[in-house]
Structure formats: C-alpha cells, structure tokens
Design a protein around this ligand. Structure first.
Ligand code: SAM
Length: 229
C-alpha cells in the first residue's frame, strides 16, 4: 500500500488507511454524496482515479458501480483502485475509458452518473457533459472548478497553457451559469448546488426530459448531434 500513490485517504480498518492527500470526510459534504440515496442504484463514476467515490457508492448500497478513467493523465490511479478493490472484496467494475468514449453501447445506462473534478481537464467540456448525461437515467452529480466572475451569462474560457493552477492538464474554466445551461441542454435541471474550496462547486441535477427527442434545438442542428450515439 505504501508503494502506491494515493489521492484519497481510504480507511480499511480503524488502524489502517491509505496515505492520501485528500480528506474524504470533507468530500462527502463537498460532493453532496451524503444527500444521495445509492441503495439499489446503478452508478457510473467518471474520472474515478483511486476509486474513492465508487467504493463510497457501493458501500452505501449501490447495486452496480462502474468507475472509468483515462489513466494516461493519472497513471497511479489504476494500481491504487485495484489494490483497494481486492482489499475491500469490492464488486466495483473499473474500466479504462475516456469520457469522450462513453456511450450506451459501451457502458449501458445508469441511475446516477458522477463526474467529479473532470470538467476543467476537458478541452471539449460540452461534449463531456453531453456524454455523462447520455447514459444517465435520472441523476447527475457534477463537481468542478468554476470561475467566480460574471454569472449573468454562461461562459467558458480556454487555458492553452498552465494558467489554471500551473497545471497543463487543465483546459477549461466554466462559470456556474455555464454548468447549469449545459446540463439543461441535455435535459437535466440543477436542484442543488454546494460550493467548496472557494472556486469549486458540486451540482446535483435531475433529468426533466429526454434531451434528444424532446429538445427540438438539439434535433435541428447537425453540430449538436455530431457526437450523439
Ligand atoms: C482531479 S482528478 C478527480 C478524481 C476524483 N473524481 C475526485 O474527484 O477526487 C481527475 C480525474 O479525471 C481523470 N480524467 C481526466 N480527463 C479524463 C478524460 N478525458 N476521460 C476520463 N477520465 C479523465 C484523470 O485521470 C483523473 O483521475
């Protein structure tokens, strides 16, 4: 366990825990996890890294949990989550998959889709939201870095270099208004928001309509249908 790199502190017993850099007790609140009823639900965790949120959903009664990640960005995550899976005798399914490759054909559909800390890593954030929503039957939990300036319009900025946190894997800065609008386009209405760490926010959205059949705008223009499957 000590030879692996951990983002989250995952506790196996009162005496044994991983040497994570992030305190999960703060995360359940930040990510609204404690407000979600996972019992009997099918759950997808996009960008699962070491799997903390996947294991959390499973421990709270989820029926099926799939965690996906493109590990080219965080190669340490795969070994850490497989170690934890064995240790917990967990049934979480981990799949190497980029969010852009998410589809009903590849993964099936889920009651709850979680996408925490991924949006700002995406050069195509709208496509990321669309992909997450495309396999979500009822709930989407999305947590992201958000820009705190002008909220009167949905906007998104590109970070071509290391402008955000001196990290060149960060590409996009959206404001909260953008997240709400992007989810709304895909048929989801935000019903709860939780700010945390100043610039971060979790959005809990519920499906209000079937976006592709009931949103005439999405059906009318080819550019919004390019990636739909
Ligand atoms: C900041 S970490 C967040 C980890 C975890 N979800 C959390 O909130 O603590 C971002 C994760 O998203 C993954 N990731 C980044 N871009 C991705 C993409 N295009 N598709 C799938 N996973 C991606 C990274 O590999 C990393 O594990």
């Amino acid at each position: 366990m000590e030879s692996l790199s951990w983002w989250h502190t995952i506790r196996f017993s009162p005496e044994v825990a991983t040497l994570g850099r992030c305190d999960p007790s703060a995360l359940t609140d930040a990510y609204l996890l404690d407000t979600i009823d996972f019992r009997g639900k099918d759950v997808l965790d996009i960008g699962c890294w070491d799997g903390f949120q996947s294991f959390y959903a499973e421990a709270r009664g989820a029926r099926r949990v799939v965690g996906i990640d493109d590990t080219s960005q965080r190669p340490d995550g795969a070994a850490a989550r497989e170690f934890t899976k064995r240790k917990l005798r967990s049934g979480v399914e981990f799949v190497e998959c980029n969010v852009y490759d998410v589809s009903l054909d590849r993964l099936g559909s889920f009651d709850i889709v979680m996408m925490f800390g991924v949006l700002y890593h995406l050069i195509h954030p709208m496509l990321g939201v669309e992909k997450a929503c495309s396999v979500a039957k009822s709930d989407v939990l999305l947590a992201s870095y958000v820009m705190l300036t002008d909220q009167s319009v949905p906007w998104c900025v590109l970070f071509p270099g290391r402008e955000l946190c001196d990290d060149d894997s960060n590409w996009s800065g959206v404001n909260a208004s953008w997240v709400r609008a992007a989810l709304d386009i895909q048929g989801f209405a935000v019903d709860r928001e939780q700010p945390y760490n100043t610039n971060y926010r979790t959005f809990h959205a519920r499906r209000t309509r079937n976006e592709h059949t009931e949103n005439p705008m999405l059906n009318a223009f080819r550019d919004t249908r390019l990636f739909l499957r």
